[in-house]
Write a protein that binds this ligand. Structure first.
Ligand code: NAD
Length: 471
């Protein structure tokens, strides 16, 4: 979908790229090579449904193959189109490079409203889509690895993995052909929450940098900060829940398709989510003001605005009215290029999508590594680490002459399980990348914002790989 600015989502991504490429030194033509989408396939396939046939259209784009496999989500949406897929594939290339995940970028979509089909029908359609992608070399553990995105989830990834395995029965790594699978089917603990968790870790890191916090006109930590979230889907729900329950932030408004809920004292994310699950909408939730439509609440005063629904929601039409001090881009492409310029002039601190929502692909990378190594994280070392902790505890207790109790004891005697390791790896990834982006920003006086810095960082890394390859 294009934003309501004149520029499309793809043009927005390319404009951001061009602005960053102009700020760094590159051999002639290399920026163009990096920016170009390498391949895109459109498939049209028939599926036998409800006593007849229905034809579906889908796409898979491979943006850059400077590293393989390429990686990116598959979305099921009625508004999906080729340009959007190309834009999202390009963002994936930059995102993976920013967070040091060794993949090229890809993305896919199927033009479909998944709500109109039964589970059995969706399974049939998803398996057919997988066959089409497989025929054309657009899926495979060493080649192209999809993941969930809007309108898709764990169950669909399991169907895709199963179909791929059926087509390639001797491929021992077949399950690594998609990520975001259920844990019992080759998935990894912590994948479902990963993008929201990464948004939390990214914002926590922002608050660990007092200069950044000050430049946004804020102080302190996430505690007590007023946050508005748009979209209570996978990403928005998890991010909002973690901010509220773990960081003590106040979620003062949640915007959904039918309208928004507003409560300056803070909403219970879990209660709102349960209401939405039960009623399918926001209206009727007690303890908050319901604002029909609700998009105007993007302009409501708050400390942090978290667009976590879809692209193109902040454009030149509403950017000037935004009152948030920080925009944390949990969704892909929520701010258009023109809006980005307006917001930067207003000194709104933007944590860009290509960095902030990289938690999903980071944990997908961990899942893929688990699939290729055929062993769960923590299996080899958990009990060993507990034995080490016990040895330290024995020495400590002997020296102190009394038992060590409480959290200190528990922490020494608990070896890391898979979820702990996944969160630790994600936290490390988000912190490292934040520092790298910050460094690029502060060391280049042609760069004025974190989005341009993030793009420049990624272009530099990809350029270094291309320069070592023979093209
Ligand atoms: P989702 O389908 O689970 O949730 C999206 C939510 O936003 C839904 O609840 C939907 O009703 C709501 N919504 C849609 N349009 C809206 C609008 N105009 N106003 C208010 N609410 C609206 O999707 P998701 O997986 O949470 O993805 C959300 C965004 O995050 C997308 O831009 C996606 O590309 C991006 N993203 C997702 C992941 C992931 O791991 N799921 C990773 C990186 C980026």
């Amino acid at each position: 979908m294009s934003s309501s600015d004149q520029t499309s989502f793809l043009e927005n991504v390319n404009l951001c790229f061009d602005r960053a490429a102009a700020a760094i030194e590159l051999p002639s033509g290399l920026a163009q090579q990096i920016r170009t989408c390498n391949a895109i396939c459109e498939v049209k396939f028939g599926v036998e449904l409800r006593g007849g046939y229905e034809v579906f259209t889908g796409w898979r784009a491979t943006h850059s193959e400077h590293v393989l496999p390429v990686k990116g989500g598959i979305r099921y949406a009625t508004f999906a189109d080729q340009q959007e897929v190309e834009a999202l594939a390009a963002l994936m290339t930059y995102k993976c490079s920013i967070v040091n995940v060794p993949y090229g970028g890809s993305k896919g979509a199927l033009k479909i409203d998944p709500k109109k089909y039964t589970q059995d029908e969706l399974e049939h359609i998803t398996r057919r889509f997988t066959q089409e992608l497989d025929k054309r070399g657009f899926i495979g553990p060493g080649l192209n690895v999809p993941a969930p995105d809007m309108g898709t989830g764990q169950r669909m990834m399991a169907w895709m993995a199963d179909e791929y395995q059926r087509l390639h029965p001797t491929d021992i790594n077949a399950r690594g052909c998609v990520t975001g699978k259920p844990v019992h089917f080759g998935g990894i603990q912590g994948r479902t929450e990963a993008t929201g968790r990464g948004v939390q870790y990214g914002l926590r890191e922002f608050f660990r940098n007092p200069d950044d916090v000050k430049s946004a006109g804020l102080e302190g930590t996430l505690e007590g900060k007023k946050i508005i979230v748009q979209g209570l889907g996978n990403v928005g729900y998890h991010a909002a829940k973690f901010f509220e329950e773990e960081d003590g932030a106040k979620i003062i408004a949640i915007l959904e398709r039918d309208g928004a809920l507003l409560n300056e004292e803070g909403l219970s994310v879990e209660a709102v989510f349960a209401h939405k699950q039960e009623k399918g909408c926001m209206e009727g939730f007690s303890g908050a003001q319901f604002v029909p439509g609700g998009a105007e609440l993007l302009e409501h005063p708050c400390d942090i605005l978290v667009p976590a629904a879809m692209e193109g929601v902040i454009t030149q039409e509403n950017a000037g009215n935004i009152k948030a001090k920080v925009i944390a881009e949990a969704a892909n492409g929520p701010v258009s290029y023109e809006a980005d310029r307006i917001l930067n002039e207003k000194c709104v601190f933007i944590l860009p999508d290509a960095y902030l929502n990289a938690g999903g692909v980071t944990v997908s990378y961990f899942e893929w590594l688990k699939n290729l190594s055929h062993v769960r994280f923590g299996r080899m070392d958990r009990r060993y680490e507990e034995a080490q902790g016990q040895a330290i505890l024995d020495v400590l207790e002997q020296a102190l002459g009394k038992p060590v109790e409480g959290a200190a004891r528990d922490s020494l005697l608990t070896g890391p399980d898979e979820l702990t390791l996944v969160r630790s790896g994600l936290d490390d990834t988000m912190r490292e990348a934040y520092g790298e982006i910050r460094e690029v920003h502060l060391s280049n006086d042609k760069i004025n914002d974190r989005r341009t810095a993030a793009f420049a960082l990624s272009i530099k890394k990809i350029a270094a790989i291309y320069e070592s390859m023979e093209l």
